[in-house]
Design a protein around this ligand. Structure first.
Ligand code: PLP
Length: 392
């Protein structure tokens, strides 16, 4: 019996455990001091009332013989896929319902999608990055190349023709940097993928934070993307579903490699290894797209966006370089006075009792940077930024 020894090549992630340990030590040394956490990537506002109503209604249906549901379609119920299809039409993206696959969240699909790709593919991942892209490929034993995201490219790297790869990860708006690709820059990636026969895995988990009509919410707003890209999205940040669990993946039928439709491979993969998302959760997700649902979730998103503005205004006032904050819940700032990420973490914790996330935890290019998030409450965000202002 052999284990998958690729797992031994994974780097242990000490990021959040080290943060937790430092926080415990600080609170033990400073009892009574109010600590403000601005490192969390999880939402804090409750589900929208229409979503809660839909959950209750669906639960009632499950308790009645005539409306009880057993196994549902692995790809998701038509009512939800149709609602998503309509959602894409607002940006003139036309999808067919069977190009949309409902999942229990983007994280699972981002990992699972790798089942349909050969192990000999080379993978290109921006650094810094959401660690799931790297670890899932290391688990499978694929070769991973990194492309530098840094201050000089605004943390939005563009294709390098000298690098050859088969699978490309793009996350926009980005976690951790909050940076967003313009249509013209995303087009460069689409052109590169088409030319090199590569496939882009586009993570749109934060698309709901985009406020400008000009910026792409979906890679399918770019000509040619349906021939080279798979898109992942989620209700987690859009509608506070981090604990409710629902997402979706789009695999266009025109996306073919080696004369094979990737849509067909993904369908086969899902019908073999996945038994669908709970009916109750899919009804909850459907409610997000109702007129009232859209208004209610926008109120929550607006709340986070205003927090983000409070943070980015503070950075502007202090002349601190940053990306994100405008179309993203994340503010990615350059640590003042050339401090290293962890040095800055300790500095903020010890001087103003504010906790963020050291950029170094997201890759080598994250060193010297720091991530603050807008998912906290207003009072704490204001207080944290007041304390921050007094420090610099
Ligand atoms: N993609 C990115 C970039 C994320 O930051 C996250 C969660 O933080 C996810 C995907 C996962 O989302 P989900 O909750 O849908 O699994």
């Amino acid at each position: 019996m052999n284990i998958n020894s690729n797992y031994l090549n994974l780097q242990d992630s000490y990021l959040f455990s080290t943060i937790a340990k430092k926080v415990v030590e600080f609170t033990q040394k400073n009892p009574g001091k109010k600590l403000i956490k601005m490192g969390i990537g999880d939402v804090t506002l409750p589900l929208a009332p229409v979503v809660v109503d839909a959950i209750k209604k669906a639960a009632d249906e499950m308790g009645v013989q005539s409306s009880f549901k057993g196994y549902g379609p692995e790809q998701g119920y038509a009512f939800l896929r149709d609602a998503i299809k309509k959602y894409y039409q607002r940006k003139d993206v036309q999808l067919e319902s069977d190009e949309i696959f409902i999942s229990d969240g983007a994280k699972s699909d981002l990992g699972n999608i790798l089942d349909i790709f050969g192990l000999d593919n080379t993978v290109l991942i921006p650094d810094p990055v959401y660690p799931v892209y790297v670890d899932t490929n290391i688990m499978a034993g694929r070769k991973v190349l990194f492309i530098d995201a840094n201050e000089s490219n605004g943390f939005l790297p563009l294709p390098d023709e000298t690098i050859k790869c088969d699978i490309i990860y793009i996350c926009s708006p980005n976690n951790p940097t909050g940076a967003v690709y313009s249509k013209s820059d995303l087009k460069k990636w689409v052109d590169y993928a088409l030319k090199n026969d590569a496939v882009i895995l586009f993570d749109a988990a934060y698309e709901c934070f985009i406020k400008s009509e000009e910026l792409p919410n979906s890679i399918y707003e770019i000509d040619g993307a349906k021939d080279c890209a798979i898109e992942f999205c989620s209700f987690s940040k859009t509608a506070g579903f981090t604990g409710t669990r629902c997402g979706y993946t789009v695999v266009p039928k025109s996306l073919k490699r080696q004369d094979t439709m990737l849509n067909k491979l993904w369908l086969r993969r899902q019908t073999t290894k996945f038994n669908g998302v709970p009916y109750i959760v899919q009804r909850a997700a459907e409610a997000v797209f109702s007129q009232e649902g859209q208004i209610q979730i926008k109120n929550n998103l607006q709340y986070y966006s205003e927090n983000a503005k409070i943070i980015s205004d503070t950075m502007d006032k202090k002349g601190i370089w940053y990306t994100g904050g405008k179309h993203s819940p994340y503010i990615w700032l350059k640590c003042p006075n050339n401090m290293k990420s962890w040095e800055f973490f300790d500095f903020l914790l010890n001087n103003i009792a504010v906790v963020g996330t050291p950029g170094a935890g997201f890759g080598k290019n994250g060193e010297g940077y720091f991530r603050l998030t807008s998912f906290g409450n207003r009072e704490n965000t204001l207080e944290a930024m007041n304390r921050f202002s007094s420090l610099f």
